[in-house]
Design a protein around this ligand. Structure first.
Ligand code: AMP
Ligand code: GLY
Length: 427
């Protein structure tokens, strides 16, 4: 098979690593990819948001399957263009991707289909949004409608702060993405992400993961795209997963099909385990980053038939995925200054050595200089992933590997997995 993988981050490096192991693979092209993927496939320099060029290239290379990593490509209609050209695409149409690309769409959809989530209102005018704060209680949850690279959510402790956030958002801080704001009821509980492969009608659960959104130890500092992850996530008991499948994942897929927007790809359900059961925090229309990295290391066997079956709409014919019983952890190494102003171009040494069978290093934001030297080229730069019999062993292996990487320009959190570790210690 000829496969085109779209994206350039750690999520896509992990997907490339898994896809490259498939006996079905003839040729893997990654657009645009990153230096970590050089040995896994051919890199072609096409922007993920250039859907026209991407789909033209997929036709040219006679792709049998296109796997889309980032939501920005989906929003531009890449899946629609590929489907029109008869090329199977793992990733939903632009309409179906609205579950992620428009929070207002997603909330109204959930309301229509009785899917458990926080109560909410959608507002375009400042005075209406301000007035609406009367009916909500603090802390106030304020969200920009559209894609804002994970920065479009504010949790305000008091009314003054909430009004300030609303003014900022409706005032154009996120451009068109903030033309509407959503105010939500605050949900209390532990958060986790559940991943489901979907073919438009059926679903196959891949299990759960937890990430760490804050930049610094102890869940302090600014929100980021994610500083680390682990899977499985103990917050997802068997009972909670079954309830979430029944009350959330299945109704979403059935509802999208009924409304003429069949959902094909991976559904990422960000869930809050509340006292009343799992409730939706948000949906994403793609794998999480860095949650994908740990999931890929836990799946045994070939991923490609599953991705193809989703793209073609015949998941029943895909082999059921087996999971290693291990726990996998991922620690993100970020450039100093991330998330506000990451330092570019610092030299990274020792990231490409052999770390043994239980450790994988995925590149998230690296660049190779002409002399072959690896340098930082982004906020999140490297993902150090390790497996173990339990979370403690996985964590120890990941942090031992980090010690062997010489990168003074980077930083990382020392407490990835703390929730799961605490549970193990009190169990
Ligand atoms: P989102 O981008 O919608 O996932 O929101 C970012 C983060 O804000 C989530 O991961 C949650 O930690 C938090 N959050 C969002 N909505 C709520 C809510 N209704 N109640 C409590 N926390 C929330
Ligand atoms: N790690 C959060 C996300 O991928 O959206």
């Amino acid at each position: 098979m000829n496969i085109l993988l779209v994206g350039s981050g750690g999520r896509e490096h992990a997907l490339a690593w898994k896809i490259a192991q498939s006996p079905l693979l003839t040729r893997l092209v990654i657009a645009p990819g990153n230096p970590g993927m050089e040995k896994l496939g051919e890199l072609v320099d096409i922007k993920v948001t250039d859907a026209e060029r991407m789909s033209a290239f997929a036709r040219e290379m006679k792709a049998d399957l296109v796997v889309v990593g980032p939501e920005t490509a989906l929003e531009r209609g890449l899946a629609d263009m590929l489907n029109a050209a008869g090329i199977p695409c793992f990733g939903p149409s632009a309409k179906a991707a609205q579950l992620e690309t428009s929070k207002a769409f997603s909330k109204v959809f959930m309301e229509r289909h009785d899917i458990p989530t926080a109560g909410y209102g959608v507002y375009e005018r400042l005075h209406e949004a301000r007035q609406a704060l009367d009916v909500f209680k603090p802390p106030y949850v304020i969200k920009a409608d559209g894609l804002a690279a994970g920065k479009g959510v504010a949790i305000s402790p008091n009314r003054r702060d909430a009004e300030g956030e609303i003014e900022w958002m409706l005032g154009g801080r996120f451009g068109q993405a903030g033309a509407r704001v959503i105010i939500e009821e605050f949900m209390d509980g532990e958060e986790g992400s559940l991943f489901a492969l979907c073919d438009g009608k059926q679903v196959l659960l891949l299990g759960g993961a937890q990430d760490h959104k804050r930049a610094f130890d102890g869940d302090l500092g600014p929100n980021t795209g994610g500083m680390g992850s682990y899977s499985p996530a103990p917050v997802f008991t068997q009972e909670l997963v079954e309830k979430a499948e029944r009350e959330i994942v299945m109704p979403v897929i059935a509802g999208m099909a009924m409304e003429g927007m069949p959902y094909r790809g991976v559904l990422y359900a960000g869930l809050m385990a509340t006292a009343d059961g799992p409730k939706v925090v948000e949906f994403n229309a793609r794998f999480g980053d860095p949650e994908c990295q740990v999931l890929m290391m836990r799946i045994e066997g070939d991923l490609v038939p599953m991705l193809l079956a989703c793209a073609r709409g015949d998941l029943t014919r895909a082999p059921f995925p087996a999971f290693l019983p291990d726990t996998v952890i991922c620690v993100v190494l970020a450039a100093k200054g991330y998330p506000d102003s990451p330092l570019e171009g610092s030299i990274i040494r020792g990231a490409e050595q052999d770390f043994g069978p239980d450790v994988q290093i995925f590149h998230a934001g690296t660049r190779r200089q002409d002399d072959g030297q690896l340098v930082a080229a982004g906020g999140r730069v490297l993902n150090v992933c390790a497996r173990g019999r339990d979370i403690a062993e996985a964590r120890d292996r990941a942090y031992a590997a980090i010690k062997k990487i010489d990168w003074p320009g980077g930083f990382y959190r020392n407490d990835i997995g703390w929730r799961a570790l605490e549970r193990d210690e009190t169990a």
